[in-house]
Design a protein around this ligand. Sequence first.
Ligand code: SF4
Length: 284
Amino acid sequence: MIREAMFYEKHEDYLRCHLCPHSCKIKEGKSGKCLVRTNNKGILRTINYGKVTAAGLDPIEKKPLYNFHPGKNILSVGTFGCNFTCDFCQNYTIAHYERDGRFISPEDLALSCINADNNIGIAFTYNEPTIWYEYIYDTAKYLKKNYPDFKIVLVTNGFIKEGPLKELLPYIDAMNIDLKAFNNKYYKEICGGSLDPVLNTIKMASSKCHVEITSLLVNGLNDSKEEVSKIASFIGEIDKDIPLHLSRYFPRYKMDRPATNIDIMRDRQKTAKKYLNKVYLGNV
Ligand code: SF4
């Protein structure tokens, strides 16, 4: 099923997508940077709507969310496409290539969710969920209307425009948001994005739902004391109780730097704890 995108405007010979801050200008027959929004005869269409390429019943801690219904499972699903191009991408086969997926309607996904063992809801994860926006929106609305006790979780890079985020947030219960670094150069050169929209997402989301943050510390790139202090103090100014997960980098995809030193990880945890009450290490 191909669904019309929700956030775009028409121009004489192109469409402008307004879902994420890339604001892609998309000509007839072409796609935006995320690969999943295509100009088809003057209509912006989402080619990954309902196409599930990965699914599993995961412990909620694996998202990672450590302070949101611990001990429970969450039905986790993903599709293909991403609006970032991180050199260290851990899921590049689904992030950057169009894949065949099994179509699951929002109603069927909701049904799988209620039948799963010890399950609290649905997590949209594995690839970047915000570029699956319409499917998440339809599913979340349906789930909240018909099974209001179930939760909706996003594991996201936070690179979304304010308007779409505002419209989605009433249906979201928890988010793990990546804060990949605290400098725009890193976002631009390593991830193909920018910092400010992510900071804005963190601020907006944390006033509406449960939020935890993940920062992947990459050896020699963003693992300095200064960088971690900036990340932690920004979060601490919003709320000292927001959990921060400092995740250890391992070589992946296009990046072959050695893994981040464990002693540095431990030291940065101490640094972050000056600003925050809950700082966890991941991948160590
Ligand atoms: S969602 Fe995709 S098409 Fe739209 S602006 Fe972002 S990268 Fe471009």
